[in-house]
Design a protein around this ligand. Structure first.
Ligand code: BGC
Length: 291
């Protein structure tokens, strides 16, 4: 199939596209170790591999499924980069601190940190338990705070390394289109991502004078286990496409490419921004034919 052919499939769940044989990433992150949380599956896995393809050595954080994390470490090594797998619950302060200490002693430093780990515990608001609320806020919001704090401590300690990167560090926080789009039945999740937006913007403002860049990525519907019900059947996929003007589901690699760009000096003047990677989901698709 020609690379430029339109592979969008409005009718049913298309298979993920074949990975092109050449490396589609510019190799611009050599000498810049990167830590990715929740890197054993979904978006985190793709981001870890994309940063490795860009030249970075990778810390693969996971909480469950060691074999999957190790498989990703092997894939990173197959790209000629070093990998270390570290288990930590991002919502646990002591575990996060131990993970950063281990990562920094292993690779000497970190230049890129992607706070990606996140989950959903969906419920109608009048049925949502405090446990469901707390779980989502503690992983999606507090977990990103804890990892961001450790990242910033290391970036400030080390500062800019001439010839490696123009910035003293790049922090990329995983948000969602639901930092903007309200989401009935998912109030805890939407609240966590709205929180990420202002956490990200506030620390971007605080850290710009230190040459530390902080940005967010807001994925739309991406083909991962978190939203399998939304794409796994032809009917579900058709319904999903009514929300996606670009008429295809996102692939984890769509997010990986955005992360690689935000991690690199190509985006050196970008801080405090949220990059929406959503096929137009935030463009009020219902207004395409009305209003
Ligand atoms: C959620 C997915 C959802 C997507 C678009 C993401 O942040 O985790 O479950 O499909 O937003 O609504």
């Amino acid at each position: 199939m020609n690379e430029n052919e339109d592979k969008r499939d409005p009718a049913g769940p298309a298979e993920p596209r074949a990975v092109p044989p050449h490396n589609p990433y510019p190799v611009v992150l050599e000498g810049q170790p990167a830590l990715v949380t929740g890197a054993n599956s979904g978006i985190g896995k793709a981001v870890a591999l994309g940063l490795a393809a860009s030249g970075a050595d990778i810390v693969i954080n996971y909480i469950a499924d060691l074999p999957a994390a190790e498989e990703i470490a092997h894939a990173v090594e197959a790209k000629g980069r070093r990998a270390v797998v570290i288990k930590a619950d991002v919502s646990n302060e002591a575990e996060v601190q131990a993970m950063f200490a281990q990562a920094i002693s292993h690779f000497s430093t970190l230049h890129v940190v992607v706070t990606n780990a996140g989950l959903q515990r969906d419920a109608a608001i009048d049925e949502m338990t405090l446990e469901q609320w707390n779980k989502v806020i503690s992983v999606n919001l507090t977990g990103q705070f804890l990892c961001a704090r450790e990242a910033v401590r290391e970036f400030k300690r080390r500062g800019v390394v001439q010839g490696v990167s123009r910035a003293a560090g790049k922090l990329i926080m995983m948000s969602s289109v639901h930092q903007e789009i309200p989401w009935a039945g998912h109030a805890n999740y939407a609240a966590s991502k709205g929180g990420i937006m202002q956490l990200m913007r506030s620390i971007a403002q605080e850290l710009a004078p230190y040459t530390i860049r902080v940005n967010g990525i807001a994925p739309g519907a991406i083909r991962t286990p978190i939203n399998r019900a939304a794409w796994a059947t032809a009917d579900a996929y058709r319904d999903l496409m009514t929300l996606v003007p670009y008429k295809r589901i996102g692939e984890p690699e769509d997010i990986a490419r955005a992360a690689a760009w935000l991690a690199s000096d190509f985006s050196d003047y970008v801080t405090g921004a949220t990059l929406f990677v959503d096929g137009g989901m935030t463009l009020y698709p219902g207004f395409a034919t009305g209003g």
